[in-house]
Design a protein around this ligand. Structure first.
Ligand SMILES: Nc1ncnc2c1ncn2[C@@H]1O[C@H](COP(=O)(O)OP(=O)(O)OP(=O)(O)O)[C@@H](O)[C@H]1O
Ligand SMILES: CC(C)(CO)[C@@H](O)C(=O)[O-]
Ligand code: BAL
Length: 282
C-alpha cells in the first residue's frame, strides 16, 4: 500500500519506523508527471533497497523567472498509480510552503562543475536542485538515491555535492529510457505539437551520429560537435542552446578526447527546451 506524506514530519515518521527496523531506504526524486524513465529508476531502487520513497515536487527554486514553473505538467493521481505499480511504498508530495521555511536562507551551491552546459543558460538552476535534493536526502535518510543520465550534468553535480559534503548516501546513475523512435522520454515532451514531436527526433539522431563518429575513432571535439550541429541546424523547428563536449568527471570543455567525456545538448523545439546526451569512454 502507498503512503502519501505531504510534510517532512509525516515522511520522517514513516522513515524512522523503517530505520528502527534496520531497513535500507532508496530515494527517487522527481518532479512528477511520471513516465517509463522515472519508472526505471523506481524499479531499480525497489530492487536494491528494502523500502523506497519517491518524491513528487515541482521545485520552484530551480526555475528562473520566465521558465515553465506554472505550466509544468502535473497529474498526481496517475503518478501514484505508477509509483505503487513499480513497488515503492512512500510518496512525498509537499506544497512549496511545506518544504521551505518562509525565512529560509540556506542554499547548497556547487561551484565549477555547474558553470558549463545547462549552468550557462540556467545560472541559478543547480543551486535550487542541490538544495532540494539535500533536503530530500536528509528527510529520507536514504542509503541510495537514484538519478537519470538524461540529466547528466545534474547527476555529476549531485555526485560532487555528496562527495564534497561527506554525505552518507550512494548516488546511483541510471541509463536514459527512450521512446521507440529514439526520443528521450521527458515530461516536457507533452508540450510538443505533432509537428514538433517529429522535429524533436533531431536530438536523438544527433546523439546517434556523435556516437557513430566516436566509435569509428574520431577524437576531435570540433569534428564530432560540428557534425551533430549540422544535423540539428537542418531542422527548421530546432534552435540550439548548446551542443558541447566536456570531461565527464568535472564537466570542463574538451578539445581532444583522452578520457571519459559527456557529449550533451539542449535544443529548443519551438518553445520547448529538450536535452539529450551520451557518455563516451566511461
Ligand atoms: N528518459 C529518462 N530516462 C532515465 N531517467 C530519466 C528520464 N527522464 C527523466 N529521468 C530522471 O528522472 C528524474 C526526475 O526527472 P524529472 O522529473 O525532471 O523528469 P523529466 O522527464 O526529465 O522532466 P523534464 O521534462 O522536466 O526534464 C531525474 O533523475 C531524471 O534524470
Ligand atoms: C532532481 C529533481 C527532482 C530536483 O527537483 C529535478 O531536478 C529532476 O526532476 O531532475
Ligand atoms: N529534470 C530537470 C529538471 C528541470 O528542468 O528543472
Amino acid at each position: 500500500m502507498l503512503t502519501v506524506a505531504t510534510t517532512p514530519e509525516q515522511a520522517k515518521q514513516v522513515i524512522s519506523e523503517w530505520k528502527a527496523q534496520g531497513l535500507t531506504v532508496g530515494l527517487v526524486p522527481t518532479m512528477g508527471y511520471l513516465h517509463e524513465g522515472h519508472e526505471s529508476l523506481i524499479k531499480r531502487a525497489v530492487a536494491e533497497n528494502d523500502r523506497v520513497m519517491v518524491s513528487v515536487f515541482v521545485n520552484p527554486i530551480q526555475f528562473a523567472p520566465g521558465e515553465d514553473l506554472e505550466t509544468y505538467p502535473r497529474d498526481f493521481e496517475a503518478d501514484k498509480r505508477l509509483i505503487e505499480g513499480a513497488g515503492a511504498t512512500l510518496v512525498f508530495h509537499p506544497e512549496p510552503a511545506d518544504l521551505y521555511f518562509p525565512d529560509a536562507c540556506t542554499y547548497v551551491n556547487v561551484e565549477g562543475i555547474t558553470a558549463e552546459l545547462c549552468g550557462k543558460t540556467r545560472p541559478t538552476h543547480f543551486r535550487g536542485v542541490c538544495t532540494v535534493v539535500n533536503k530530500l536526502m536528509n528527510i529520507s535518510q536514504a542509503d541510495r538515491a537514484y538519478f537519470g543520465q538524461k540529466d547528466a550534468q545534474q547527476l555529476a553535480v549531485i555526485r560532487r555535492m555528496v562527495r564534497d559534503l561527506n554525505m552518507n548516501v550512494q548516488v546511483v546513475g541510471c541509463p536514459i529510457v527512450r521512446e521507440e523512435d529514439g526520443l528521450a522520454k521527458s515530461s516536457r515532451n507533452t508540450y510538443l505539437s505533432a509537428e514538433e514531436r517529429t522535429a524533436a527526433l533531431v536530438l536523438s539522431r544527433a546523439v546517434a551520429e556523435g556516437q557513430r563518429l566516436m566509435e569509428a575513432g574520431e577524437r576531435s571535439a570540433a569534428t564530432v560537435l560540428g557534425a551533430m550541429k549540422q544535423l540539428i541546424e537542418a531542422e527548421p523547428l530546432a534552435r540550439i542552446d548548446y551542443v558541447e563536449m566536456v570531461s565527464w568527471d568535472d564537466i570542463k570543455p574538451v578539445e581532444t578526447v583522452d578520457g571519459p567525456v559527456l557529449v550533451a545538448m539542449a535544443v529548443y523545439i519551438g518553445k520547448t527546451r529538450l536535452i539529450d546526451n551520451f557518455i563516451f569512454g566511461e
